[in-house]
Design a binder for this molecule. Sequence first.
Ligand code: HEC
Length: 127
Amino acid sequence: MNNKTLPLLSLTMAVGLVGCGSEPTTSSVSFSQEVKPILEQNCSDCHQSGGKGAEKSGLVLADHGAIMEGTRLGPVVQPGSAISSTLYLAVAGKTHPTIQMPHGKQKLSEQQVATIETWIDQGARNN
Ligand code: HEC
């Protein structure tokens, strides 16, 4: 067996992984026009003061400021990086099933998940 193939193979794999991170930039997502309505419709019964999600985690999704404050444990949005943001991961079905959101309701559409992803990747602005 030729043992020079192995390091070469792992190098190729590493390059492949690094290569597929970035997507082409899409048009700017508006928080007030696009993101907020999704949260109001799908999250606010539980994530407003008095709601189950707000009571249990401290996360209120009523306005930009509250969203950026996150839960009692800290932020759920890392501006510029959806993939590091619990809020995105929870709606994209990339977390443990027990914290997939919205809890016990129909999942967001791919389009809605993509809107949230792009908004965070573009800096999670209050625009
Ligand atoms: C039916 C109630 C309900 C709905 C609707 C809901 N949530 Fe939650 N959410 C909860 C509860 C309860 C928790 C506390 C975590 C748990 O399950 O123990 C939570 C926690 C979270 C967390 C914190 C997860 C963590 O542990 O860090 C995020 C982020 C979140 N919700 C986002 C959302 C988003 C975004 C929506 C709308 C798309 C949504 N939730 C809709 C009930 C809900």
